[in-house]
Design a protein around this ligand. Sequence first.
Ligand SMILES: NC(=O)c1ccc[n+]([C@@H]2O[C@H](COP(=O)([O-])OP(=O)(O)OC[C@H]3O[C@@H](n4cnc5c(N)ncnc54)[C@H](OP(=O)(O)O)[C@@H]3O)[C@@H](O)[C@H]2O)c1
Length: 328
Amino acid sequence: MKLWKIALIGLGSVGRGVAQVLKDNPQFIIIAAADSKSGVINPSGLDIEVLLAKKKTTGRCGDPKLSAARIAAEADYDILIEVTPTNSVTGEPALSTIKTALLRSKHVVTSNKGPVSLASAELLGIAEEKNVGFLFEGTVAGAVPILRGIKYGLAGNKITALYGVLNGTCNYILTRMEGEGLTYEQALAEARDLGYAEADPSSDINGTDAAIKLVILANTMLGMNVTLADVNQTGISGLTVAALHMANINGQSIRLIASLNPEKNTLEVSPRLLPKDNPLVVSGTLNAVTVETEYAGAITFIGRGAGSVETASAILADLLFITDKYDR
Ligand SMILES: NC(=O)c1ccc[n+]([C@@H]2O[C@H](COP(=O)([O-])OP(=O)(O)OC[C@H]3O[C@@H](n4cnc5c(N)ncnc54)[C@H](OP(=O)(O)O)[C@@H]3O)[C@@H](O)[C@H]2O)c1
């Protein structure tokens, strides 16, 4: 069995999930890891339990003098996994880390939306030139295999429209407002207490997070060439309990829907009224995406859009795709 050497950049929620999942997949060994303050390299493989325990007790995984940038540039790995926070303005520092790895002919897997939404064409171009994989299933809808579902499951189908619930935090808030009559502020506070919303939830609430995912879908799956500025965006903070109540009386629900139409070149994120039996009316933190196609009709993907091992599941699928395609 070929051993695939992994450099794991980021040891937060997703990075820890990846480390857990890799314990069950012995063809992968983590030979390097980094967090924001330190890094560690062991060419014969790091003990995952020791790595996670050290991170938990000290807040660091290794040596403060060893950065993610140095690991990307110098360590002897096959695949770099980039799972640091999303910067949707510059993509940095992840964008540079990913480029460094690809230019060294290393495969890259990421769940970081910043670099993919800003520079997918450039990064995929480098990957192609170097004959390595650059995969990012976890950037859109967490565990839901939406990118691979479109690219391979629906291969050959023209996609005429795509719309979905791509932000679990907003969906949770709307579900609680609708089901329990909570105000927007109460539902947001609850989402924060449960760890669904960030300390600063503005990019979820104003629709930016969903818009970034829409840009990734548009550019990497539908052959469009768009940026965040092309998305017509409205968030959920203006929604009232009365509006949800009124919708309910009429057999409808309100969901934050991200939609795109490749023929009209339009992209939008906004609250929409949907009949309650529409498959996109999912509850809690679930994500759902309907893809309308030429031959297959409408297909809806539903599942967990975030979470530690859920996102690691998408990363594992990307890793296995690479080992299958490039181990020849
Ligand atoms: N959480 C989810 O459910 C989910 C789902 C889909 C996609 N994503 C995306 O996946 C990525 C990771 O998410 P997360 O929830 O795991 O984030 P997180 O919990 O905030 O963890 C981020 C990790 O990256 C490290 N980091 C920050 N800056 C760094 C740097 N310059 N160099 C090296 N490491 C650095 C942090 O270090 P410290 O530990 O030292 O702070 C931390 O270990 C994000 O881009 C997010 O948008 C997350």
